[in-house]
Design a protein around this ligand. Structure first.
Ligand code: TYD
Length: 152
């Protein structure tokens, strides 16, 4: 099982946290890596990326019932705003050697994309439209019921 203590994983909003990735420093250029279970607490079933984001655009604005994600700013910077229905935390991503673990059952938005930013997202389940919760009030109701066990 994923070793939270070994990974420097502390309990933040529902277990969301910044995870540092291995960094191979090299005069020829640096290299970082993500391995499922070893570096992030889930098996990777899907990878997608967000790019060519126009200034001021907001991505996300939904929660997942089951999907967990790990988000890396491969290039440029952006903020990820997480909300568990009770409190809200903003995580700034601007380096390619760390990322944000986003647990299931958390409302998330991605904002403040810099020019030419590139967001890489690893996901724990295949794409499933029925996994999305798009209505914030509905999300809050669910947070208090079926997703309630995730709220710290
Ligand atoms: P969406 O998840 O709403 O993007 P974001 O949360 O970044 O705003 O997805 C945008 C569109 O892309 C939507 O029509 C569904 C589609 N999509 C896929 O087909 N496969 C995927 O894995 C993802 C994440 C999205």
């Amino acid at each position: 099982m994923f070793n939270m203590i070994k990974m420097g994983y502390s309990r933040q909003l529902n277990g969301a946290n910044i995870i540092q990735l291995p960094k191979n420093l090299d005069r020829r250029g640096n290299l970082s890596v993500v391995e499922e279970i070893t570096n992030i607490p889930f098996e990777i079933k899907r990878t997608y990326w967000i790019y060519d984001v126009p200034g001021g655009a907001v991505r996300g604005g939904h929660a997942y019932r089951n999907n967990e994600e790990f988000i890396v700013a491969l290039s440029g910077s952006f903020d990820v705003v997480l909300d568990n229905g009770l409190s809200r935390t903003t995580y700034s991503l601007n380096r390619s050697y760390y990322g944000l673990y986003v647990p299931k059952g958390v409302w998330r938005q991605m904002v403040n994309f810099s020019t030419n930013s590139l967001a890489l997202i690893m996901a724990s389940i295949p794409f499933d439209p029925s996994d999305y919760i798009y209505n914030y009030e509905h999300f809050k109701e669910l947070s208090n019921k079926e997703l309630g066990s995730n709220i710290s």
